[in-house]
Design a protein around this ligand. Structure first.
Ligand code: FAD
Length: 446
C-alpha cells in the first residue's frame, strides 16, 4: 500500500529513537501514528533516560576511527550528514535547543596505544582548536580550582572548547514526546496494554503489533524502535548484540554543584567520563569505561545463546570499584562518597557499530530503527527523520547503504569483539559471572 498522510503507523518503543521518529512523522504530516511502550516516557529502561549524554561534532573523528564501519569517504559522508542534522537540531530546534550545553570536551587516554590513537585523531581534524594536555597540571587547569585535584597518572589528552558538550538526555526525550503528542501522535503506555509481545503476521508481511493484553494493534506500517529489547521481537540474524554499560551518581552539596557548573565533559577512553551535576538533583553522574557486559543465556525457543537485556538499578561491585578508581585519579575528594543511584543501561551493538535503519527484506511493511551501538543519543533531534526517510524510500543512498539490513556481516560473529572499546580488563564481560552487586537504596526508581 502506498504511503499518504492517513497511513496508519505503529512505533514499537517510546525511547530515544521511537520518540524522535514520532516527532518527525508528525512534522511531516502523518496523522495516524501510535506509539506503544510498556512504560510512560521516559521509560526507566530506555538508554536515553539519563541525566546527560555526550554530544559533539567530534563524532566525525569517531566515525573515522577503526572501531566504526570503516574510514572510507562514504562513511565520512554518512557521519557528517548525521552530525550536521543532529547539531542543527541541538542549536536551533525549539524542542531540543535548551537541552544542549556547549561546555567543551576533554578526551584523554592512559595507555600508549590509546594515546597514539588520540594523537592521530587530533592531527586528522585540522580545523579544530585542540589544546594538548600532557601534564597533571594541564588537566587540573581545565576546571575551576578544587574540582580536579587528582594526579592524572600517565594521562595524555586534548581539550576542545567549542562544538562539543553534553545534553540533558531525559529532558530532551520528554520534550520530543511532548511535541509529538501536541502534533497529534497517540502514545499508549503501560503494561500489559502497551507491552508488545509479537507482531501481527499476515500474508507474508507484518501488519501491526500484538500486546500482552492480547490485543492486535493493526497498522499499515510498523516501525521497530525497541532498543536492546528489539531482539526479543525479531530474528536479527545476529546483527544486534545487546550490551550494557554501568553508571553511578554522587550527590553533591549546593556549593559543589555551583562550583561544578559549566564544566567541560571529561572522557578518558579507558577509565570513564563525567559531566557537570544535573541542576534538579545536584547529582554528578559518571560511567566507568569498558567494552560492556552481555547477559548470555540459552534461548529455550531456538536453542541459541543470546544476550538478553534485563533492568537493574544496581551495578556490579567491580564497576563501582572502577568508578572509584577513576575518581581517585581525577577527583580523589569524591572517591569514597556513597553513590546515590546506579543502574545498568542497555544498548544494541551492530558488528561495525553503524546503525540499522532499513525496511525489512522479508516483511515489506516493517521498518527497523535499531542498533544505536553506544552513540545513538546525540542524534535524537534528527534520527527520526532518517528512519522516516527509510520508510518512505528516500534515505540518502550512502546512508541507506551504511545502515542497511546486512546479516552477511554477522555470520560467525565474534561475540567477544570489544568493537574498539577499552577499559577494565579490556574484555566484554558476562553478567552471568557477576556475583556481587551494589546495594544502593534506589530500586524505587525502576
Ligand atoms: P532506548 O532509548 O533504550 O528505547 C527503547 C524503548 O523500547 C524503551 O522506551 C523501552 O521501554 C521500549 N521497549 C522495550 N521493550 C518493548 C516492548 N516489548 N514493547 C514496546 N516497547 C518496548 N549515546 C550518545 O550519543 N552519547 C552518549 O554519551 C551516550 N552514552 C551512553 C551511556 C550509556 C551508559 C549507554 C547504555 C548508552 C549511551 N549512549 C550514548 C547510547 C544511547 O543512549 C543509545 O544508543 C540510544 O539511547 C538508543 O536509543 P533506542 O531508542 O534505540 O533505545
Amino acid at each position: 500500500m502506498a504511503l499518504d498522510h492517513s497511513t496508519s503507523i505503529i512505533i514499537v518503543g517510546a525511547g530515544t529513537w521511537g520518540c524522535s521518529t514520532a516527532l518527525h512523522l508528525a512534522r511531516r504530516g502523518y496523522k495516524n501514528v501510535k506509539v506503544l511502550d510498556p512504560y510512560p516516557v521516559p521509560s526507566p529502561i530506555s538508554a536515553g533516560n539519563d541525566v546527560n549524554k555526550i554530544a559533539s561534532e567530534l563524532s566525525i573523528i569517531t566515525a573515522r576511527s577503526s572501531s566504526f564501519a570503516d574510514d572510507s569517504d562514504d562513511e565520512v559522508h554518512v557521519a557528517r550528514k548525521l552530525l550536521e542534522a543532529s547539531m542543527e537540531g541541538w542549536l536551533y530546534d525549539p524542542v531540543f535547543k535548551s537541552h544542549y550545553h556547549e561546555t567543551g570536551f576533554i578526551a584523554a587516554a592512559s595507555s600508549p596505544a590509546n594515546i597514539t590513537k588520540l594523537q592521530q585523531q587530533a592531527q586528522e581534524d585540522k580545523k579544530s582548536d585542540f589544546k594538548y594536555l600532557s601534564t597533571p597540571e594541564d588537566f587540573r587547569k581545565t576546571m575551576p580550582e578544587g574540582v580536579l585535584t587528582g594526579d592524572f597518572p600517565g594521562w595524555w589528552g586534548w581539550q576542545k572548547k567549542t562544538g562539543a558538550g553534553w545534553v540533558h538526555a531525559r529532558n530532551a526525550l520528554i520534550s520530543a514526546a511532548a511535541e509529538a503528542k501536541r502534533l497529534g501522535v497517540t502514545f499508549i503506555t503501560g503494561s500489559p496494554q502497551a507491552h508488545v509481545t509479537s507482531f501481527v503476521y499476515e500474508q507474508g508481511d507484518i501488519k501491526g503489533a500484538k500486546t500482552a493484553d492480547g490485543k492486535d494493534h493493526r497498522a499499515d506500517r510498523t516501525i521497530l524502535c525497541a532498543g536492546a529489547s528489539a531482539i526479543e521481537l525479531l530474528d536479527f540474524k545476529d546483527q544486534l548484540r545487546p550490551t550494557a554499560w554501568t553508571l553511578a551518581h554522587i550527590k553533591m552539596t549546593p556549593e559543589e554543584a555551583a562550583l561544578y557548573k559549566y564544566l567541560p565533559v571529561l572522557f578518558n577512553v579507558e577509565r570513564g567520563f563525567f559531566m557537570e551535576p544535573d541542576s534538579d538533583n545536584h547529582e554528578l553522574k559518571m560511567c566507568d569505561e569498558h567494552p560492556g557486559y552481555c547477559n548470555w543465556v540459552n534461548n529455550s525457543a531456538d536453542g541459541q545463546r543470546k544476550s538478553l537485556p534485563f533492568p537493574k538499578s544496581q551495578i556490579p561491585v567491580e564497576a563501582e570499584q572502577r568508578c572509584r578508581g577513576f575518581l581517585r585519579e581525577t577527583m580523589p575528594q569524591l572517591a569514597d562518597r556513597p553513590f546515590s543511584f546506579a543502574r545498568i543501561c542497555w544498548c544494541a551493538d551492530t558488528p561495525n557499530r553503524s546503525f540499522l535503519i532499513d525496511r525489512h527484506p522479508e516483511y515489506p511493511s516493517l521498518v527497523l530503527g535499531v542498533g544505536g551501538s553506544g552513540h545513538g543519543f546525540s542524534c535524537i533531534p534528527a534520527i527520526g527523520k532518517f528512519i522516516v526517510e527509510a520508510m518512505e524510500g528516500t534515505l540518502d543512498p550512502k546512508m541507506a547503504e551504511s545502515y542497511r539490513w546486512r546479516p552477511e556481516t554477522a555470520v560467525n560473529r565474534d561475540w567477544n569483539d570489544t568493537q574498539g572499546r577499552s577499559g577494565g580488563t579490556n574484555e566484554v564481560m558476562d553478567f552471568q559471572k557477576v556475583t556481587q552487586w551494589t546495594a544502593i537504596g534506589s530500586e524505587s526508581r525502576l
